[in-house]
Design a binder for this molecule. Structure first.
Ligand code: HEM
Ligand SMILES: *[C@@H]1O[C@H](CO)[C@@H](O)[C@H](O)[C@H]1NC(C)=O
Ligand SMILES: *[C@@H]1O[C@H](CO)[C@@H](O)[C@H](O)[C@H]1NC(C)=O
Length: 522
């Protein structure tokens, strides 16, 4: 024993071991890169060999979140329309390829990056992270009705109730002539309204006036984590999926405790009184719809119902808050646009306003008749740049040929990035970085035909809500929220800059009219 140990140390020096290790690592990366069959596609050299490049870019940008930016936007035009962003990963910028990658013909499976959306510590499949189309169809079918256009009308009273809560707060600031942090309050509103539509109860941010349960902060951290980890799956395996870390598991979040309580109460009620459940009317929220779906879909177990209802709030609130934030930010700096919207809203809404005894929030069918409001909302979707992750798909056994002739071999992870697709200068104009709702309107001197063509090509390139069978199930609901919110608030208030220059939107809301309808001098 005593003799042999030093002998080994003499023959195999640690330096040799290290060299051998490094060499085999290099060979591994080279072979992996070569095998992917993507050498015909240009891109940063490190990306050809390792996902470290992509993970680093995501980390770099996500820790400096001033304004709208990500590495995908920065690379527009640099490497052409098809860029290799990893050994097996390809990013595409060409709008013509949207249908090829996400359309109903190819039906590509989702790529590996979606793994990070699986819920920690459960075996529940989030809809968004289901790999293949067939399984996805089975899980999406029981949910579809709740999100359909025909269900929207039922959610209006829920949204109205939350708008009225926000009006209460705005009126306080109007009376005191004090600034309100709109970034913050729109966040509260977005979370409460999604919770109200999902569970029939708000979480309570608007009542508390602060992030009382830490949920908004937790969300922010989770989003940051995901945007890096989905480029870097071994990080995810090390942290969230590591069985050792389960020993240190934190208590369930207050939000999930809330979700579980509401769902259990409602399930108990449904068990006692199955008749009430089949009559619509009393509860028109998403949860009611999911509970009703149990009859025809056994896969809607209690835990699954809790999960899909809670996911709505997590999936929907942050993104919509960001869209609202970018709109109010621009509007505050553009009083003339606020006036234009005010006039548009009034001209459509006059009769309805006279009839309503309260200051009733705008009805959807009215809100939809306002082209300039629509332009502002489209632009807010375009500008806020979500979601940050690439929408990855896996090329199947027959390979995939993009419209520009570039061929991708089986096993390639092909993706687009919604934020950068909204920033293509060839589609949206040279001023892509600027918030400019007018780009959605007919220009003076532009023929109707040209305008439709231009608008259509912008709409085609915007994949903010995804595209095809895996696109956002909540899009109709977001539209409803935003139309109603702005049609109501911009009719009632003029938002003036608060004079403090901060990154968040601070405004002083001023009523244009007294509650009774009398005009206020402003
Ligand atoms: C402005 C707000 C929103 C944006 C920009 C947005 C964006 C997206 C995108 C891009 C996808 C598809 C991703 C992919 O291809 O993998 C998606 C999926 C999804 N979204 Fe949204 N979303 C928003 C709001 C909402 C809301 C309010 C809800 C819930 C009511 C929601 C629920 C979902 C669900 C469940 C999926 C998965 C759908 C499936 O895989 O079948 N989203 N969203
Ligand atoms: C406004 O709200 C945002 C978002 O909650 C917060 O980060 C920021 O510190 C607030 N700004 C001010 C000036 O209170
Ligand atoms: C949404 O999440 C992003 C990414 O973490 C965060 O920077 C942002 O502050 C959040 N926005 C809102 C309005 O909640």
């Amino acid at each position: 024993m005593g003799l042999s140990t030093p002998l080994i140390h003499q023959t195999v020096s640690p330096l040799y071991l290290l060299a051998a290790f490094l060499l085999s690592t290099v060979v591994y990366f080279l072979v992996k890169s070569k095998r992917a069959g993507l050498d015909h596609i240009r891109g940063p050299w490190l990306a050809k060999y390792s996902n470290i490049w992509r993970g680093y870019q995501a980390w770099r940008i996500n820790h400096h979140t001033e304004g709208v930016n990500n590495y995908q936007i920065e690379m527009i035009g640099r490497w052409g329309d098809v860029v290799r962003i990893g050994p097996t990963h390809v990013l595409v910028y060409n709008p013509e390829a949207i249908d090829t990658i996400y359309g109903f013909r190819e039906r590509l499976d989702k790529g590996p990056g979606y793994k990070v959306f699986l819920m920690t510590g459960t075996d529940q499949t989030a809809l968004v992270s289901i790999k293949d189309e067939k399984t996805h169809g089975i899980f999406r079918r029981p949910l579809a009705h709740a999100y359909s256009l025909s269900s929207l009308k039922g959610y209006e009273p829920y949204i109205d109730e939350m708008i009225e809560k926000l009006i209460l707060e705005l009126d306080k600031h109007d009376a005191a002539q004090s600034p309100i942090n709109m970034t913050r309050w729109l966040q509260f509103w977005a979370f409460d309204v999604m919770s109200k539509i999902s569970f029939g109860e708000p979480i309570g941010f608007l009542d508390h006036g602060n992030d009382f349960n830490g949920m908004i902060q937790a969300q922010r951290e989770n989003f940051r984590y995901i945007s890096v980890a989905n480029n870097f799956l071994f990080l995810d395996t090390l942290t969230k999926r590591n069985p050792l870390l389960k020993l240190f598991k934190k208590k369930p979040s207050m939000f999930f405790t809330f979700a579980k309580r509401v769902v259990n109460e409602r399930l108990a009620k449904a068990a006692k009184d199955p008749e009430a459940q089949s009559q619509s009317g009393r509860h028109d929220d998403l949860l009611a719809s999911f509970i009703a779906a149990r009859k025809s879909y056994p896969l809607m177990t209690d835990i699954r119902i809790t999960h899909v209802t809670a996911t709505n709030v997590l999936a929907g609130a942050n993104n919509s808050a960001r869209a609202m934030d970018s709109a109010i930010n621009w509007l505050t700096a553009h009083p003339e646009a606020q006036d234009r919207l005010y006039n548009e809203i009034k001209s459509v809404n006059m009769e309805a306003m006279k009839e309503a005894k309260t200051e009733g929030p705008a009805a959807l069918e009215l809100a939809l008749k306002m082209p300039y409001l629509d332009a502002v909302i489209q632009e807010s979707y375009r500008q806020f740049g979500a979601p940050a992750n690439n929408l990855e798909r896996l090329v199947g056994e027959s390979g995939l040929t993009l419209p520009n002739g570039v061929h991708l071999p089986p096993g390639t992870v092909v993706c687009m990035n919604a934020a950068s697709m909204s920033m293509l200068p060839d589609v949206f104009g040279k001023d892509v970085r600027v918030f400019n709702p007018d780009r959605w309107m007919q220009q003076s001197g532009e023929s109707a035909e040209d305008f439709h063509e231009r608008r259509w090509s912008m709409q085609r390139a915007m994949i903010v809500f995804g595209h095809g069978s895996r696109s956002c199930i909540g899009k109709n609901i977001v539209q409803l929220e935003l139309y109603k919110l702005w049609a109501t608030l911009l009719r009632i208030y003029k938002f003036e800059p608060a004079g403090v220059k901060v990154h968040q939107v601070m405004t002083i809301p001023k009523r244009r009219e007294q509650k009774g309808g009398k005009a206020v001098e402003i």
